[in-house]
Write a protein that binds this ligand. Structure first.
Ligand SMILES: Nc1ncnc2c1ncn2[C@@H]1O[C@H](COP(=O)(O)OP(=O)(O)OP(=O)(O)O)[C@@H](O)[C@H]1O
Length: 267
């Protein structure tokens, strides 16, 4: 099976601060691939490299066979049209109705007549169960519904690749489950490829085909959700079991408590 996105030998630094090291990742067409790991390990940076918002200092990111870092502005713009992105707390335009929020990318990126835009928007809203809410403003709907509208907007242009950055953040458990199912169903019905950045193990394992675990800018484990559940890797175990201490220490590194309290030999 061919990969829609391929990352090879990737190194990335913000200034002199290394963020990603020696990454190799495959995102096969049609699959839903999760990228998991603690806060600040570099997950969002991976999405930004795929979207071409930033460029790697070393290594390659290929999307649909093209090296993203080599594209000029116009080519990048063309590539981005094939990508749908749902960012953390995917903010809606508060002054626009639900309908106009979803219509926005269609009006911005296509010359389609309004009657066609109307049908497309209603179909996308139907897919997320909110066709009948199309006249409402974001202030009149719940947080879970707003996330679904953002999802409808992200898929408005039938993207080949959909990237989700923490789509479950701030949602109640029911809305989380609804959003997770939608992400899986949309991937399958649109025939797209999805990248899901999340630290929510339960929802992510329920829908992902394959999982990459990152820590400090490196891939530390990868496999299917079942393989990850059975993994003996201490980092994966700590993450999957949400253990407060393990390879990721609870205490910020430094002096021991005994030293700080002047109690003699360091522990
Ligand atoms: N524009 C920037 N300039 C400098 N450092 C940055 C910039 N953006 C992110 N970083 C740093 O890069 C590291 C990786 O950030 P990134 O957002 O990719 O992490 P993440 O795994 O997505 O974290 P989270 O789950 O908290 O969103 C972090 O330490 C962050 O502080």
């Amino acid at each position: 099976m061919s990969n829609l996105v391929e990352i090879r030998d990737l190194h990335f630094a913000y200034g002199s601060r290394p963020i990603l090291q020696n990454l190799r990742m495959d995102f096969p067409r049609g699959k839903l691939i999760a990228v998991m790991g603690g806060s600040g390990c570099g997950k969002t940076t991976v999405l930004r490299l795929i979207g071409g918002q930033i460029r790697a200092q070393q290594g390659t990111v290929k999307v649909a066979g093209k090296v993203v870092g080599d594209l000029d502005t116009e080519e990048l713009y063309g590539l981005r049209r094939k990508m749908g992105m749902l960012f953390q707390f995917g903010a809606l335009f508060t002054d626009l109705s639900v309908f106009d929020n979803v219509a926005f990318p269609l009006r911005e990126h296509t010359d389609l007549p309004e009657e066609i835009i109307r049908d497309l928007v209603l179909m996308k809203l139907h897919a997320v169960g909110l066709r009948n809410a199309h006249k409402l403003k974001p202030s009149e709907i719940s947080g879970g519904m707003a996330r679904r509208v953002a999802l409808a907007r992200a898929i408005a242009l039938d993207p080949e690749l959909i990237m989700y950055d923490e789509p479950f953040a701030g949602l109640d458990p029911i809305s989380m489950g609804v959003t997770a199912n939608l992400i899986r169903n949309l991937n399958d019905t649109l025939g797209s490829t999805s990248i899901l950045v999340s630290h929510d193990v339960h929802e992510t394992f329920a829908i992902a085909d394959y999982v990459y675990f990152m820590s400090s800018g490196k891939i530390v484990a990868e496999g299917t959700p079942a393989e990850m559940r059975a993994s003996e890797d201490p980092y994966v175990k700590q993450f999957v079991n949400a253990a407060p201490d393990g390879p990721v220490p609870f205490h910020y590194p430094g002096k021991s408590l005994a030293e700080d309290l002047g109690l003699g030999s360091p522990a």
